[in-house]
Design a binder for this molecule. Structure first.
Ligand SMILES: Cc1ncc(COP(=O)(O)O)c(C=O)c1O
Length: 401
């Protein structure tokens, strides 16, 4: 029976990263040695103390609903950690909401702020859920270009140029997925000045905040100017820094009024985040900083390997990633070539399909992030796999005619 699906559902695009992972799995099931660098997920286990806290929570009977906003002890731990790293204070009672992943924090924030007809600025390349979440809320996305030549750093000028009378919100993501770009204090200050002048709110996705390399430091735009705390919704979570993707635990820090609206949305959709995961998150935040640093160092070693190996490939242009665990090489020089099996490299999707079919390496086409002629490789994988993957990419690129 054909269903009359809602316009809202029909307008959504399926998530391409999951589709590509499925395709890689099909090839594997057919006996191929596929190297998959598509999914943005740490390959480490959740730190032991977080796992132990979850076991204890189950045994102690913490298996009931929690407060809608999350366990008070977790909200306090989040507030302390944010104040320690960013020097911005949020009241655990009323300015922090624990959610089912950062994705849900972002979704609540956008639903709480965006009305039909509101315009939302989204820098490109973007994490692919932002446009869809804006669409779900009935808003209109306006893309702002960031450029490979500028290391994909968003500039205040482009925000000022893009902001119009209907613009309500800017979605910021530093450290960035897919480019790895990190906005430093000076750039954030300039962007903050534009937001204050143009009366823009900011949803700041800081999920990769602990994963920065070299001289880069993660700063939150909430602390970039004293006025920014009142116009910023910070979305964050445990997935990336603590290798806790499957626990589905995120959080938002926001001014009281916005947070209350987000909590109301949560109360009528999912009630509260998983109780056991919340107990694990308390232990992770309070006791696992050495684990976070160990994983960060491992990512940095991989970042160096991938950056060096891919930079040496003629035809790829690789901006230095400063954070997260992605590289976003440009393939502009390869467009128009042909693969050994005869595939025309017309765009990033064609490049990635041919790379998967012919070299058995899975990466995500830049087109999925709003910027064609590039691809995203996630280096959340073993050094050995990354070495072999870079070898295959180098060989494949060299084989294009
Ligand atoms: C930029 C960005 N924001 C948010 C998320 C969602 O994270 P979570 O697992 O906490 O929902 C991801 C996950 O890939 C991400 O890359």
């Amino acid at each position: 029976m054909p269903f009359a699906l809602s316009r809202r559902a029909r307008n959504l695009k399926p998530s391409a990263t999951f589709r590509l992972a499925r395709r890689a799995q099909e090839l594997r099931d057919a006996g191929q040695d596929v190297l998959a660098f598509g999914l943005g997920e740490p390959d480490f286990d959740t730190p032991a103390r977080a796992r132990e806290a979850a076991h204890r929570a189950i045994d102690d009977g913490a298996t009931h609903y929690t407060a809608n906003e999350g366990l008070p002890a977790l909200r306090s731990a989040i507030a302390r950690a944010f104040e320690r790293t960013q020097a911005v204070h949020y009241d655990p009672a009323g300015e922090i909401l624990v959610t089912a992943g950062a994705k849900q924090a972002l979704s609540h924030a956008i639903l709480a702020l965006v009305d039909e007809g509101d315009e939302v600025l989204v820098p490109t390349p973007y994490w692919l859920s932002y446009p869809e979440q804006v669409t779900l809320a009935g808003g209109t996305m306006k893309a702002i270009e960031t450029r490979a030549e500028d290391g994909y750093h968003l500039t205040a000028e482009t925000v000022a140029e893009a902001a119009g009378p209907k613009t309500k919100l800017l979605i910021l993501n530093s450290p960035n997925n897919p480019t790895g770009a990190v906005l430093d204090e000076a750039r954030l200050g300039e962007i903050a000045d534009v937001c204050i002048e143009r009366d823009l709110l900011v949803v700041s996705d800081e999920i990769y905040g602990s994963l920065v390399y070299g001289g880069a430091r993660h700063r939150s735009i909430a602390g970039a100017r004293p006025e920014m705390r009142e116009r910023t919704i910070v979305c964050h979570g445990m997935s990336k820094s603590y290798a806790m993707t499957g626990w589905r635990l995120g959080f938002a820090l926001a001014p009281r009024e916005v947070l209350a609206a987000m909590a109301k949305i949560q109360s009528h959709t999912t009630s509260n985040a998983n109780s056991i995961a919340q107990h694990a998150a308390i232990a992770a935040i309070e006791e696992c900083s050495a684990d976070v640093e160990r994983m960060r160092q491992a990512f940095e070693e991989r970042q160096r390997l991938v950056r060096d190996r891919l930079s040496a490939v003629e035809g790829l242009d690789v901006p230095v990633p400063e954070g997260a665990f992605y590289v976003f090489p440009s393939i502009a020089a390869l467009i128009g070539r042909k693969s050994p099996a005869g595939a025309a490299i017309a765009d990033s999707a064609a490049f990635c399909d041919a790379l998967l079919d012919e070299a058995h390496v899975s990466v995500v086409p830049g087109g999925e992030f709003g910027v064609d002629r590039a691809f995203r490789l996630s280096y959340a994988a073993s050094l050995d796999d990354l070495q072999r993957g870079c070898d295959r990419i180098a060989e494949f690129v060299a084989s294009l005619s």
